[in-house]
Design a protein around this ligand. Structure first.
Ligand SMILES: Cc1cc2nc3c(=O)[nH]c(=O)nc-3n(C[C@H](O)[C@H](O)[C@H](O)COP(=O)(O)OP(=O)(O)OC[C@H]3O[C@@H](n4cnc5c(N)ncnc54)[C@H](O)[C@@H]3O)c2cc1C
Length: 284
């Protein structure tokens, strides 16, 4: 199929983009890498009257470190994040997760902001941002707003972005000295969306975990923080008893739904397997 007819605008400044969003309201859609949007236009799942291409707006694709915060522009591509030395040093979880996103051709075009705005429950970046306690920077003609990643994802493909707002950047606290990360996922074929995935982060002193963050993808309508499993492992090491207790708690944290290929029970099992693997990886 082909998309229905649409107008196209390529603003050169944020203010121009805001004006277009204000003028066209729900009839306008932002275009970033186009890796999700163009498919939905072609399938006529979306039929906006105008596409507002943010590709020519300066200052949206940088990756910079300042005052203990790593800031990644919304238009930074998955590939730029994957290859960034600053990301590898200050947010290693993102560097680990990036190669799991689709294939290189898609990672060359797809962007961080596009992925967060899509809020696909099986996507890597939303879970990583929640695990790293990132802040999403949203801007509109009214000004700038900072939203904690944990509050940003509201429901299936639904975010806290308001009318006329776009994501400009993501702010991530730089990794501390004893911080460790593990990103794991199970897929049918390399490059597919995850069946189940886990973004994990912890401080490891001696052998004990603290400040553990375990955030799952693919098991709910949005990233799911496994609070019970996190509490069960807090202050513990990755020994068998602690992992078994955390896996028990996980059964209360998650209530995965079946999808076309995988039953809810199988997803629950995979989540428990990933928990054990992540704990071992964090401790290693
Ligand atoms: C075959 C295939 C496999 C894929 N596999 C994976 C995968 O395994 N994991 C994964 O995470 N993703 C996967 N993707 C999706 C890919 O990561 C997309 O790049 C991403 O979801 C959207 O980013 P984009 O920049 O292409 O956004 P676009 O497609 O341009 O836009 C997507 C949506 O976000 C909105 N938007 C874009 N930028 C902004 C912004 N700055 N502020 C507010 N709204 C904005 C758009 O209006 C649109 O609604 C896959 C895509 C394809 C085609």
């Amino acid at each position: 199929m082909k998309p229905s007819a649409f107008a196209y605008a390529r603003p050169r400044a944020l203010e121009e983009a805001f004006a277009l969003l204000d003028k066209h309201g729900d009839d306008a859609r932002l275009l970033a890498g186009g890796q999700s949007l163009l498919a939905s236009l072609n399938m006529r799942l979306a039929a906006p009257a105008i596409l507002v291409d943010i590709g020519a707006i300066p200052g949206l694709d940088g990756i910079a470190v300042k005052g203990g915060t790593l800031t990644i522009g919304a238009r930074a591509t998955h590939r730029a994040i994957e290859r960034s030395a600053a990301v590898a040093q200050h947010a290693p979880l993102l560097a680990q997760a990036a190669p799991h996103i689709a294939h290189v051709a898609i990672r060359n075009a797809g962007t961080l902001g596009g992925s967060l705005a899509m809020a696909d429950p099986a996507a890597e970046w939303p879970a990583c941002c929640v695990a790293l306690q990132a802040t999403i920077v949203a801007a509109s003609r009214k000004g700038e707003r900072r939203i904690a990643a944990a509050e940003f994802f509201k429901d299936l493909y639904t975010t806290g972005l308001g009318a006329g707002e776009l994501i400009t950047a993501v702010e991530i606290p730089c990794a501390q000295k004893d911080e460790r990360h593990a990103f794991l996922e199970l897929v049918r074929r390399r490059g597919d969306y995850a069946i189940v995935g886990l973004a994990a982060r912890a401080l490891v002193k001696g052998k004990a975990f603290s400040g553990l963050r375990l955030v799952y993808l693919g098991v709910g309508v949005k990233p799911v923080t496994a609070a019970g499993a996190m509490a069960a492992l807090e202050g513990k090491s990755a020994d068998e008893a602690a992992i078994r207790a955390a896996q028990g708690a996980l059964e209360r944290d998650l209530s995965p739904s079946a999808d076309l290929y995988t039953s809810a029970a199988a997803k629950g099992h995979m989540a428990r397997v990933l928990l054990a693997r992540a704990a071992a990886a964090l401790a290693a």
